[in-house]
Design a protein around this ligand. Structure first.
Ligand SMILES: *Cc1c(COP(=O)(O)O)cnc(C)c1O
Length: 434
C-alpha cells in the first residue's frame, strides 16, 4: 500500500531517507513525497495505454507543487487545470500548453484569454453560457477555441457526496439530455472548433463499473452526434480513480485502463484521462511531531504540530488517513545504534487509544480518531496517503504558515517548497487610515 514508505531498522523511511532525518533537517509539519512513487504511477498509466493513442493529463489541483509538475511534464504528461493560476503553474514548471485541458464551471474572461493566448489543447466547457462567452472571447482575439463539452452522464460514482460530480443534481457539466443540442449549437459558433467530448464523474472511485457506465453513455452520445456530422478527435474520460487509504480495494491503474479500453473497443479517437489522486496520493506523507499528550476524562489526545489547515480532508470529509509512528514500537535500540536516545530502550512503551488532533481552535481539527499508538511527547508521526488534496487544500487558518515540502529520491532529500513565514502572511495587508 505505501510501497515507497517502509521501515528500515525500525525507522520509517521515504525511499532510503529516514523521516526522522527529514524532520531534523527541515522541521515539522512537513510534506514528504517520493520521486519514485510519482514516476512509477505515471509510467503505469503509460504502459497500460500502449497501442492506443492517449494523453495523460495530471489533475493539477491534487498537488500543484512546481517540482511535481516539472517531474510529470518531463515524463510526458499533459495537465488538467481548473484555473488560470494552475495554467501559470504548468507553464512555469515547463509543461506544454498544447497538452493542457481546462476544466471547471466558472472560467472567467481573463482565464479564457490567458488559455487562448497560451494555445491550450482543449476547453472542457461546462454550460451553454460558457460556450457563448468562449466564442465571444475567441472572436475578439481572432482565435478559434478548441472545445469539448463536459457531459454529465448521471451515473452514481458511489463515493463521498462532496466528491461525486456526475449526478444530475451536481453543478458540473451539461445535462446528458441537452448535450446533443448544445453540440449542434457549438458547431454553429464561428470561433469554436469542437474537438472532443469530456466527462468526469467524481473522485476516489474504488470500482470500475461507474467508469464503464459513464464511458458507455459517452459513446452512445458520440454515435448520435456522428449522425449529425459531428466527429471527435479525442474522448476525455476524466479522472477519479481511487487509492487505498485504509481497507479500500480500488482497481490497479492497469485494470482501470484495461476496463476503459475494453469499453471503447475498436474506437480510434485519442483517449485523454485526468488522474490526480491516484498519481500523488500514496506518493506523499505528512510528517508531524507530538507536542503534547493529554489524558482527558474520556479520551486521550495526541496533540501534534500539524492541523486541519495543513491537511483538511479529515475535517472536510471525515476522511481516514493511516497514522504511523516514525520509530516503530518494536524498536529496542542498543546503546550503540542510538546513543542519543535515552528512551524506548529498556521499557516497552504503553500503547493507548488516541485522538490525534492539531492545535487549531476547532473541534473539527483532527487528523485521526481512536488510533492505537505507543507514543511519547516529541515523537514523530507520519500521516500516510497525504500526497493528494493535502498541501493543495491547505490554508493559513489561525495564522499558521504553510508546511514545508520535501521530495526524496533514493538517498537524496530536497526542499521543494520552503516553510512559509508569518511575515509572508502579512504581505498586502494594510492598516485602515481615516
Ligand atoms: C478533480 C478533477 C480530476 C482529478 O480527480 P482525481 O479524483 O484526483 O483523479 C480530474 N478531472 C476534473 C475535471 C477534476 O475536477
Amino acid at each position: 500500500m505505501f510501497d515507497y514508505f517502509s521501515y528500515q531498522n525500525n525507522q520509517l523511511c521515504a525511499e532510503q531517507v529516514s523521516l526522522a532525518d527529514i524532520a531534523q533537517r527541515f522541521g515539522t509539519p512537513c510534506y514528504v513525497y517520493s520521486h519514485a512513487a510519482l514516476t512509477d504511477g505515471y509510467r503505469q498509466f503509460e504502459a497500460a495505454f500502449v497501442g492506443h493513442e492517449h494523453l495523460i493529463c495530471y489533475a493539477v489541483k491534487a498537488n500543484p507543487n512546481l517540482a511535481i509538475l516539472h517531474l510529470l511534464a518531463r515524463l510526458g504528461a499533459g495537465f488538467d487545470i481548473v484555473s488560470g493560476g494552475e495554467l501559470q503553474r504548468v507553464l512555469a514548471a515547463g509543461g506544454g500548453a498544447g497538452k493542457v485541458v481546462f476544466s471547471g464551471v466558472g472560467k472567467t474572461v481573463a482565464e479564457m484569454r490567458m488559455a487562448l493566448d497560451a494555445g491550450i489543447l482543449c476547453f472542457n466547457v461546462e454550460s451553454e453560457a460558457e460556450l457563448v462567452r468562449l466564442n465571444e472571447v475567441a472572436g475578439q482575439m481572432g482565435k478559434i477555441a478548441p472545445v469539448s463539452l463536459r457531459v454529465n452522464p448521471d451515473v452514481d460514482a458511489k463515493t463521498h457526496p462532496y466528491i461525486s460530480t456526475g449526478l444530475k443534481q451536481n453543478k458540473f457539466g451539461v445535462a446528458y439530455t441537452e448535450a446533443l443540442t448544445l453540440y449542434c449549437r457549438a458547431g454553429d459558433l464561428q470561433h469554436l472548433r469542437v474537438t472532443g467530448m469530456d466527462c468526469h464523474i467524481g473522485s476516489q472511485l474504488t470500482e470500475t463499473s461507474p467508469f464503464i457506465a459513464a464511458a458507455e453513455k459517452v459513446l452512445t452520445l458520440v454515435d448520435a452526434l456522428a449522425n449529425e456530422g459531428i466527429r471527435f478527435e479525442h474522448l476525455d474520460l476524466g479522472g477519479g480513480l481511487g487509492i487505498r487509504y485504509s481497507d479500500e480495494t480500488p482497481p490497479s491503474i492497469a485494470d482501470y485502463v484495461a476496463a476503459l479500453l475494453g469499453a471503447l473497443q475498436g474506437r480510434s479517437e485519442k483517449i485523454i484521462v485526468e488522474p490526480g489522486r491516484v498519481l500523488v496520493g500514496n506518493a506523499g506523507v505528512l510528517l508531524t511531531r507530538v507536542e503534547y499528550l493529554k489524558h482527558g476524562e474520556e479520551k486521550n489526545f495526541a496533540i501534534v504540530d500539524a492541523a486541519m489547515n495543513d491537511l483538511m480532508r479529515p475535517a472536510l470529509y471525515d476522511a481516514y488517513h493511516h497514522i504511523q509512528p516514525v520509530q516503530s514500537k518494536q524498536d529496542t535500540p542498543s546503546p550503540q545504534s542510538s546513543p542519543a536516545s535515552g528512551r524506548g530502550g529498556e521499557r516497552e512503551r504503553q500503547s493507548l487509544i488516541y485522538e490525534v488532533v492539531g492545535p487549531v481552535c476547532e473541534t473539527g481539527d483532527f487528523l485521526g480518531h481512536a488510533r492505537e499508538l505507543a507514543i511519547e511527547q516529541g515523537d514523530l508521526l507520519a500521516v500516510m496517503s497525504a500526497g493528494a488534496y493535502g498541501m493543495s487544500m491547505s490554508s493559513n487558518y489561525n495564522t499558521r504558515p504553510r508546511a514545508a515540502e520535501v521530495m526524496v529520491s533514493g538517498t537524496v532529500a530536497q526542499l521543494i517548497r520552503e516553510r512559509e513565514t508569518v511575515q509572508q502572511l502579512f504581505v498586502g495587508e494594510k492598516t485602515f487610515l481615516l
